[in-house]
Design a protein around this ligand. Sequence first.
Ligand SMILES: [Fe+2]
Length: 449
Amino acid sequence: MNLTKEQCQFFQDHGYLVLRNILADTEVADLQRWAQEVYDWPRNDNSPWMPYEEVNAEGKRVLCRTENYANYHRGFNQLLRGPKLLGMLRQLAEEEMLLFKEKINYKLAGSGGFSPYIDSTAYTHIKNIKHLTILLAVDPSNATNGGLNVVDGINLEAGELLVFGLYLAHRSGANKSSSDRKAIYTTYNCAREGDLHDPYYEDRKTLWPPTHLKKEGEEYAEGALRYGFGSPMLSVAMGRHSSALGTMSPDETVSHILTLLTTHGQGDYIGEPISQLAHSLQCAHFASQQSSDPEFIVAALLHDIGQFLPATEARSLSLSVKSMAENVGRVGHETIGAEYLRRLGFSRKVTELVAAHVPAKRFLCAIEPSYYEGLSGASKKSLQFQGGPMSEAEVEDWRNGEWWEDMCRLRKCDDSAKVVGLEVEDVMAYRERIEKCLSGQNLEYLESV
Ligand SMILES: [Fe+2]
């Protein structure tokens, strides 16, 4: 099909385009039959398609999506890799596109929504690809049943589609209707980047296998972060439906954090005479002498978590933060750490305190000359790279923020936490308090990833 100049221009201007007359009635009927066929496909050890389950509101395990089905379904393969869709994409991208990944989401009646999200860095672990995504409605999709919203909110009838680019923020509401709704999401990359479809699914299969192939007792922590993050699929590990999921069950998240601290915290705290872990524990120790607020104490314990992450994880978070905000220059460990904790489901207070521990130093240096004098040599040096003391306007802004006093107090704990040989509580002492800070309020369901 040929797109009009106006349609192409609309896509360039808005980052999305709705196409309503792309499939004939018979093709829509085919589409609905095929989607049901894929839904009904058997699940065994050898099935190459990838079905994922969630736990629904009644506590039952149900299918929530199937991935990687185009290679095994003639109809879908011809449609998703056929001239109609690829031709349309070529006109929008102004170059040839190839199928990168495909899934059918089964958004059940009563299931939750997905928070705003952009796709620009979702696939950087495979390649930093330029991609376009098509949402093809199998069933009508609207505000009542949790259809995808872009800026204006969009209703789609069965067979209608929405194409969107990597920088379009999108979200969807809950399905408040009484019927389930199927939707196909297919992502395409530029042909010049090569056929990345099978490598993508190889990686996914290893890190985040279909639900029925997951091994009992294995955590799949990396896959949960990369592929399952914030999605209903995680409810299976939790064993219950939840409208408020972090990336893992709270118990798993706590274990994961404790493991990170103990295994990656043995390294030097750069320029200081103690280890990273000892520094974190001392900071939490001083915080707990000042307050019994678990969020304050846990933020103190985890304030440097951005330094503990494996390099690949830190890099991908840094890219992700950059893509979400404009004019972001260097992304510091405080921002990476805060974003990491937010993804794990930590409360807003914890993440904001962690994010603030570097700006707090800049604030204190601006208002307390004696504070600056008291800093260690290494800390004085790093201040230069952190932007120096705050300007007057920044100081005023800071004072208008929530929790700014806690942020300053935490910073002072951080500064004191450099005592050689100080005996403090072990990391395991914080298990319960960490769990208390997992509110799940930062829930994000990434429907399109
Ligand atoms: Fe620190």
